[in-house]
Design a protein around this ligand. Structure first.
Ligand SMILES: Nc1ncnc2c1ncn2[C@@H]1O[C@H](COP(=O)(O)OP(=O)(O)O)[C@@H](O)[C@H]1O
Ligand SMILES: [Mg+2]
Length: 384
């Protein structure tokens, strides 16, 4: 049965006079279902996404660089990540609020507070998944749904959380064992921290100098040459070679534009030559075409260098979405979908949601848009 236009009740695919349940009802059911039930691998066997081998303009240079390093005896540093039953709790906001400045000296109250367990809020519940070397996972969710929290766990940055339950493994290492390979597990955070008075060239110079291999690949005479080559490749890959002499800047120091600064932080990450890359909402501030170019760059690097790439985005267009192997959707800390990216559409159709041809699959999950708005409630209908 085809449902092309579900806004029109007279459409031949839809039975006449049928009552439609609106999305919020079905959404509640999805939230109540256990995460195991939402595991969509029953759709396994679906072909890999169409754009998986999408060409990036810098791919030939990347292959050349990789071949040069392989010839020099560099091994690929492949590392996957798996996690299971990952649950995280933090004290609820009410527990950390003091009534006034004198209440901190109220000894009887302090003793009473210490005896009682603070009310806890679950910010991630029973999450599970796996990213193998050469795979890309897209984590989708509305702001506040726990995307950054999950990403921090997967990049082994566990500070600042009250309770962390469950297993995270990097290859066959536990999180304590993986702590010594911190430089291999890279996270690009949403807010960038830079030395604002350094120029883009100096910033990249510093980043690439830190990662010069102990024996240089063939065709490179000196360390300086290696640094210059890598720097040039990275700057060109994101199209910001022209900002070489411009300060990075911040709110107070005039420098490159916001989008260019984002690209500096992206290539600074790539300069680390890590194994697992976690990107937190890295398309913020990028225009649509640069965002797609960035996603293609990640795909090419993931394929060629065997990286494990995890990306969180609030929303993704089909161009970006189709580059990913797997998708994980979070809603208020709960994993409501995890599976191959091509399985998301059949999964939602199984639940009765109707897909309009050409719509973004990344926003097909009703939790990713405001279902209470009139337009969306009209558009997202469920066959009961
Ligand atoms: N260290 C923390 N302590 C207390 N609450 C936190 C902490 N980290 C995140 N939270 C809360 O968990 C929820 C999810 O946060 P986050 O993972 O940053 O969401 P997202 O990245 O999806 O926007 C938010 O409500 C946030 O306030
Ligand atoms: Mg976030």
């Amino acid at each position: 049965m085809e449902y092309n236009d579900f806004t029109d009740d007279s459409e031949p695919g839809l039975p006449e006079g049928k009552e439609y349940e609106t999305a919020p009802v079905r959404l509640r059911e999805m939230r109540e279902a256990s995460s195991a039930e939402t595991l969509a691998f029953r759709h396994a066997g679906i072909a890999s996404p169409p754009n998986k081998g999408a060409e990036w303009s810098m791919t030939p240079q990347l292959i050349q660089q990789q071949e040069r390093e392989a010839a020099a005896g560099f091994k690929k540093r492949e590392l996957g990540v798996t996690w299971e039953n990952l649950t995280m709790e933090v004290p609820a906001a009410s527990a950390s609020v003091k009534e006034n400045q004198f209440s901190q000296y109220n000894i009887p109250q302090l003793i009473r507070d210490r005896r009682q367990k603070p009310p806890m809020k679950c910010i991630l519940k029973d999450s599970h998944g796996c990213v193998k070397p050469g795979e890309m996972l897209l984590v989708l969710g509305r702001p506040g749904s726990g995307c950054t929290t999950l990403l921090k766990m997967l990049s082994n940055r566990r500070e600042g959380y009250h309770t962390i339950k469950g297993d995270v493994r990097f290859g066959n290492m536990t999180e304590q064992e993986a702590a010594q390979y911190r430089a291999q597990i890279v996270m690009n955070t949403e807010e960038e921290l830079f030395y604002p008075r350094l120029t883009v060239g100096q910033t990249m110079d510093f980043a690439t100098k830190l990662k010069v291999p102990s024996h240089l690949p063939d065709g490179t005479e000196s360390e300086k040459g290696y640094v210059a080559d890598t720097k040039q490749f990275l700057l060109e890959s994101m199209g910001i070679a022209h900002t070489f002499e411009t300060k990075v800047g911040n709110e107070f120091v005039r420098g490159v534009s916001g989008g260019e600064r984002k690209r500096v932080s992206i290539i600074e990450c790539l300069a680390t030559r890590g194994s697992i890359f976690c990107w937190d909402n890295s398309t913020r501030g990028l225009d649509a075409s640069t965002a797609l170019e960035w996603a293609k760059a990640l795909r090419a690097m993931t394929n060629i260098q065997g990286l494990s790439t995890i990306v969180t985005l609030y929303q993704a267009g089909n161009g970006i979405y189709n580059l990913f192997d797997k998708v994980l959707v979070l809603d208020e800390g709960k994993q409501i979908f995890y599976g191959p990216s091509a399985a998301a559409k059949p999964f939602m159709e199984d639940l009765g949601f109707v897909y309009t041809e050409g719509a973004n699959i990344g926003t097909y999950f009703p939790i990713l848009i405001d279902v209470h708005s009139k337009d969306n409630a009209d558009n997202i209908k469920v066959i009961s």
